[in-house]
Write a protein that binds this ligand. Sequence first.
Ligand code: 13P
Length: 250
Amino acid sequence: MRQPMIAGNWKMNGSTASVKELIAGIKAGMASVSKAAVVVCPPAIYIPQVMADITGSKIACGSQNIADQDKGAFTGEIAGSMLKDLGCQYAIIGHSERRSLYGESDELIAKRFAAARRAGIKPIFCIGETLAEREKGITNDICARQIDAVIALEGVAALADGVIAYEPVWAIGTGKTASPQQAQEVHAFIRGKIAKLDKAVAEKVQILYGGSMNAANATELLAQPDIDGGLIGGAALKAEDFLTICRAAG
Ligand code: 13P
């Protein structure tokens, strides 16, 4: 059985005060979350504060990216060893905002995946199609291409060291969620694709859905057999909404 996971991607939001309040709010409600692994991914600069504040709770912390290199002259990058040093267990990689706004390629993202593994950090590996790609009927091809980049570099077994997040780009921050059927269809395709190479890895890997998941639609999405959790943007910034989603998982 795969453990459900709910991860909050805070993106570039927050302040010392708001981070404190948000973590306090989530922490206060954690007793009501029985099954889901709960992860928060703050902006990197707030990771030490979050690590201090989640001490003694079951909340885990992740970063929003990770360097593809291990150390040295890479201005602006944060190494996996540094994240590990601070106590981070996860790193989001390949988010569509990184792909589209900062030009990150499938190959670079695969290298980030590899770097996370070297550091003992679990990558939360984001994939997904744009609206134009969905309308062209190439959703599965796009997801396959994005996954194949990691398989080419690291081998299929590596996928079991991470978490996959299917995030249709057209559903991110738009309030337009994929229907449970649309999401399940792609999740099943992803798992089926991996199963062709390695059944055990396909059974083990958690596949999260992301894209306008909120307190109102989470239950139906999370009830799908191949949806193992959620990667939450906007709704992760409100403790009560985030906790409602966490409670809906499992
Ligand atoms: P929203 O939940 O705000 O649509 O964002 C989803 C997302 O990008 C999580 O990584």
